[in-house]
Design a protein around this ligand. Structure first.
Ligand SMILES: [Zn+2]
Length: 311
């Protein structure tokens, strides 16, 4: 319940979370939580209430084209996969190649890493996505990641979390659990949407767009580079690298209003893939990586990707 005014925003508390309300979307409040150190929805759903959604409904109802698109995007996706594995291998001695992918989805990153001689294991709540992973011949535990399910998973050199931390009601607990699974000097790699970024705010304030990135039915948490870095550091990691992916807001700023237009959205996605692939094919992969690292230092880019080393 709102208890006091805080600047232009109401200051709200809920079950140990507290902060100014930054948005109300679909009747749900987003607070800049001073307890968690990042923005999230309140009230947060229970883990139990999310289990049915992610075990059976998510890929069937919310993301029916996800597996098809993931396969179509595979060659492009391998650019980011390669970038990440190159960094992991530069930080870890040979012989330390054990990776846990938390929220492994259809298993494509696991497949790429396994093909590069990594010993991989996935954790994925979706029955369909877990089956897809098994069909690739890879090991996956179909469950929600957490302290209890992690007890049987063993120890790893890398924990990878790609587009999962925004979905869960307990990111702080999951980061702590991930840290416990890592051997000394192990690496954590987290990728989440980069939300409330400066270009999104420009579009909201000057182009009349509602905050389209706020989707409280699925995204409970809204990170940027600062808050993701803070979460990682709080759990005993030294941040060694940050980067991003193509700033999709550039299309909106240039007039391609893809919000709510799935066909145009897919067309813009195809263009950004072409941008990345063309640079790669021209032998300019280093330029692409430098460009995205530079964007990330400006707080820009569609995703916040941060790698930490356990110290
Ligand atoms: Zn909080």
């Amino acid at each position: 319940m709102p208890i006091q005014a805080y600047g232009n925003n109401l200051f709200t508390e809920w079950q140990g979370h507290a902060g100014p309300v930054v948005d109300v979307v679909a009747g749900r409040e987003i607070i800049d939580c001073s307890v968690c150190g990042f923005r999230h929805v309140i009230p947060l759903p229970s883990i139990e209430s999310l289990q049915e959604t992610y075990a059976t409904e998510y890929y069937r109802d919310e993301k029916p084209t996800y597996l098809t698109h993931a396969s179509e995007d595979y060659e492009w996706s391998t650019l980011a996969f390669k970038d990440r594995l190159d960094i992991f291998e530069s930080q870890l001695p040979p012989g330390r190649r054990k990776l846990l992918d938390v929220g492994s989805g259809p298993g494509l990153f696991l497949k790429y890493a396994a093909d590069r001689a990594w010993d991989v294991h996935g954790v994925e709540p979706s029955a369909q996505a877990a089956q897809h992973t098994r069909d690739l011949g890879l090991a996956v535990t179909q469950t929600f990641f957490g302290p209890e399910s992690a007890a049987d998973l063993g120890t790893y050199d890398v924990v990878h979390m790609n587009n999962m931390l925004e979905h869960v009601p307990n990111p702080r607990e999951l980061m702590s659990t991930a840290a416990d699974l890592l051997a000394d000097n192990g690496l954590i790699c987290v990728c989440v949407p980069n939300d409330y970024n400066p270009l999104q705010e420009v579009l909201r304030e000057n182009a009349g767009l509602a905050p389209w990135w706020v989707v409280p039915s699925h995204h409970l948490n809204y990170f940027n580079f600062d808050t993701l870095t803070g979460l990682i550091q709080t759990n005993g990691f030294e941040v060694i690298r940050q980067t991003t992916s193509f700033p999709m807001e550039l299309f909106l700023l240039m007039g391609d209003r893809y919000v709510g237009d799935e066909t145009l959205g897919r067309a813009c996605h195809t263009k950004r893939k072409l941008f990345d692939m063309t640079l790669e094919q021209a032998g300019q992969g280093n330029l692409r990586r430098a460009l995205y690292e530079t964007f990330s230092k400006l707080g820009l880019g569609r995703e916040a990707i941060v790698i930490g080393k356990k110290v």
